[in-house]
Write a protein that binds this ligand. Structure first.
Ligand SMILES: [Zn+2]
Length: 151
């Protein structure tokens, strides 16, 4: 009865060795698809390596922190917040809401993605797939575009 157990243990050890070998081989292989995220040089070494040098790593992160990128991130953040607020109103069937109430929730009326004018001449101020029609004190919230989403 001991013989099959011995074989099983031996096979398990063999499998572990084989796995370790493949992991080691993979980590040192040069994958032509993996490139430095900054300079596009082909990477070798660890499988999770993203940059060829420390210089490229810091240059990449400095580029991310560039003021223009910061501005774009802030704009996108506000646009997404606006869209989220309009979507929440729409979802809760709050079709007509006050400007002040929406402003207090963090909505910015300066941030929209586009404007659509319908055949009756009404202007839809859009944040992606949601929009509002400005009626002065109140606004009317609606969803625009193709397929209506279920939340
Ligand atoms: Zn590089």
């Amino acid at each position: 009865m001991l013989f099959p157990v011995f074989i099983l243990v031996y096979c398990c050890r063999l499998l572990k060795l084989q796995q370790a070998y493949y992991i080691a081989r993979e980590s040192t292989m040069i994958d032509m698809n993996r490139r430095c995220r900054y300079c596009e040089t082909i990477l070798s070494g660890r499988a999770d390596k993203q940059f060829c040098t420390d210089h490229c790593r810091s240059a990449f992160h400095n580029k991310l922190k560039h003021p223009l990128n910061f501005l774009i991130r802030q704009l996108n953040k506000q646009l997404l917040k606006n869209r989220s607020l309009l979507a929440a109103c729409y979802r809760k069937k709050l079709v007509r809401v006050s400007r002040n109430w929406l402003s207090q929730k963090g909505f910015s009326f300066q941030h929209i993605t586009h404007i659509i004018q319908d055949q009756q001449g009404a202007f839809y101020h859009c944040c992606y797939d949601h929009a509002y029609i400005d009626h002065g004190i109140d606004i009317v919230v609606t969803q625009i575009g193709g397929k209506r989403q279920s939340y």
